[in-house]
Design a protein around this ligand. Structure first.
Ligand SMILES: CCCCCCC[C@@H](O)CC(=O)SCCNC(=O)CCNC(=O)[C@H](O)C(C)(C)COP(=O)(O)OP(=O)(O)OC[C@H]1O[C@@H](n2cnc3c(N)ncnc32)[C@H](O)[C@@H]1OP(=O)(O)O
Length: 287
């Protein structure tokens, strides 16, 4: 059924106040696969409380309003929705423990047609509760595959650029754990699509698929490892499109093209199936 544009566009989110500890920081990092080599001290810094660093992708699970599209009042066929795109901009490093406030609003509701679906874009600003400083801005596009055809919607945000047609300068292959989705969901995203085989089948998949934001975190690991010497503060922003599902346990091969003035283009493919799963990736890296 087509979604109700006015209802979704005006959706009211309460501010989300969230205290987090070192244990939450470590759980997030483990969920995106950091520490897969426990002898690698650079990775250990994200999963060991001694001198703990916060992996910037953790913005994905801070101040998050929850799976609000599951609310029957939204009228969205939540079983069929998938994560479409993700953009994050980092303004200030996250403390290793603290309290944040997430403030969310719907910025775009886009009709792709009755046969394709609808896009809902939510922007979330994450503030430090101690001084209200802006830590990160997160933009999440949800592809509601069964809710298009409602008529005139908003124009799409600025499209993400294609990667260069030349061979990549760097390729970084990283594993995902077979139980990655079971671990990742403990952070914030309880969508049963990632854990319940029957829900996955109802959505058209042979088995539960990996959270888009887990794949995103693995790709971020590849960029921080390859270009930032594992320094979380050198990543300024990272935007990408989820172009095909990933199954937990698959290997993510991240292809990277450094551009001008710290711009980085990237995409990721599943090595075992040789298909691109993250496309149109662009990131900013401090030199
Ligand atoms: C709080 C609530 C928030 C909830 C957030 C989500 C919760 C999570 O638990 C859910 C997840 O994590 S799901 C896992 C991650 N996501 C995925 O695996 C999706 C992978 N992508 C796909 O399957 C297809 O690209 C698919 C299905 C997305 C599109 O494929 P097609 O239908 O074949 O599309 P196509 O014909 O190629 O293009 C049609 C138009 O849509 C645009 N488009 C394509 N992929 C897009 C994408 N990923 N995001 C945004 N737009 C996209 C195309 O540009 C095209 O537009 P136009 O017609 O204007 O040219």
């Amino acid at each position: 059924m087509a979604l109700d544009y006015d209802l979704i566009k005006a959706w009211k989110f309460a501010d989300v106040r969230q205290a987090y500890t070192e244990k939450d920081v470590i759980l997030y990092a483990l969920g995106v696969g950091l520490g897969y080599d426990p002898m690698d001290e650079a990775q250990l810094a994200y999963v060991y409380e001694k001198g703990l660093k916060v992996f910037p992708g953790m913005a994905a699970v801070l101040g998050y309003p929850g799976f609000w599209m599951q609310d029957p009042k939204a009228g969205i066929d939540w079983v069929k929705l998938v994560h479409g795109e993700q953009r994050m901009t980092f303004h200030r490093p996250f403390p290793a423990a603290g309290e944040v406030i997430g403030r969310s609003r719907v910025t775009h509701v886009i009709d792709k047609g009755a046969d394709k679906g609808a896009l809902v874009v939510v922007e979330r600003n994450i503030h430090d509760a101690a001084d209200d400083a802006l830590l990160a801005t997160v933009q999440q596009t949800t592809f509601c595959r069964a809710d298009g055809g409602f008529g005139t919607g908003d124009a799409a945000p600025e499209p993400l650029p294609k990667v260069p047609a030349t061979p990549p300068d760097h390729v970084c292959a990283l594993p995902t754990l077979p139980q990655a989705a079971l671990l990742y969901r403990l952070n914030a995203d309880p969508n049963p699509l990632h854990v319940d085989p029957q829900v996955a089948r109802n959505a058209g998949y042979p088995r539960p698929i990996l959270h888009g934001l887990c794949t995103y975190g693995v790709a971020m690991h590849a960029i921080i490892k390859t270009l930032c010497d594992y320094d979380p503060n050198r990543l300024l922003y990272m935007n990408t499109r989820f172009s095909a599902p990933v199954f937990p346990g698959e290997t993510l091969q991240v292809e990277i093209w450094p551009g001008v003035s710290g711009t980085v283009h990237f995409q990721a493919r599943v090595a075992e199936r040789d298909i691109v799963v993250l496309s149109n990736g662009i990131a900013g890296v401090k030199q």
